[in-house]
Design a binder for this molecule. Structure first.
Ligand code: GLN
Length: 246
């Protein structure tokens, strides 16, 4: 089996080690004999996104979001086609924001999003930002998982029809939000850097499974051979203890 990943705007959207998500997917695939190809996509590069099983877009500062938005919007139809044919998308923070209606940056500039979903993001009052460690409980196609990460965003995301999870500690989609991220079965957006996947191997395997599903509809999550995640689980326990999450 194989998965083909397109790492979008790899050179500018890589906050807080988001590239670690790519390294983890590759390593966990290889450990199971699954071939994992990762292509990068820079601004202006020609690439047909429908040939990929997974699109990945990391987080970035307002400046980088502005740099890439024109290019991203020019790919809207191609992204829609890819999603329609089963490609999965993983979006972190600034990337997550840009798939919604719009993002209003810290200096009050409106960046139009891809408008694939109803959520929108506005800037925090007086430049305030949601910063710190975060823990959420998410439901991934019926499987409950406690996930941990680190958030740092001024953007306050509202009108999220199907959040990724409930906040156990931290902020989430906006100050005081009870919910974090977006997940509709095919697109997973989250404010969790950390990076996300090294800290949450269950989500890493879930993403691999969803990417495999693009070409192998009969694949099951349980088809993935378990790996030794002792260290990852210990790290998560330590974080949950620190956040006083039971
Ligand atoms: N620039 C966006 C914000 O501040 C996204 C930041 C990020 O990706 N960490 O909300």
């Amino acid at each position: 089996m194989e998965i083909k990943i397109c790492w979008m705007y790899h050179d500018i959207m890589d906050l807080y080690g988001d590239k670690g998500n790519m390294m983890v997917l590759k390593k966990r695939c290889e450990a199971r004999g699954i071939s994992c190809t990762i292509d990068t996509l820079g601004i202006g590069e020609e690439k047909d996104l429908t040939q990929y099983d997974l699109l990945f877009l990391g987080g970035g500062a307002d400046k980088e979001q502005m740099m890439l938005i024109e290019d991203l919007l020019s790919r809207k139809e191609n992204i829609k086609q890819a999603l329609n044919q089963g490609t999965f998308a993983l979006l972190i923070c600034g990337g997550y924001q840009l798939f919604g209606q719009y993002y209003i940056s810290a200096d009050n500039k409106k960046i139009e999003g891809l408008k694939l979903f109803d959520y929108y993001t506005e800037t925090g009052d007086n430049g305030s930002r949601c910063i710190g460690n975060i823990a959420i409980k998410c439901n991934l196609d019926g499987r409950e998982i406690v996930a941990v990460g680190f958030e740092n965003h001024g953007g306050q995301t509202r009108n999220v029809s199907s959040p990724l999870g409930n906040v156990l500690s931290g902020h989430g989609n906006c100050f005081g939000a009870k919910q974090e991220g977006f997940y509709n079965g095919q697109v997973l957006g989250t404010y969790m850097h950390g990076p996300l996947l090294p800290k949450n191997p269950e989500i890493a395997d879930f993403i691999i499974y969803k990417a495999l599903k693009a070409k192998n509809p009969d694949v099951a999550l349980t088809d993935l051979v378990p790996l030794d995640d002792t260290l990852e689980h210990k790290a998560k326990e330590a974080m949950l203890h620190r956040l006083q999450v039971k």
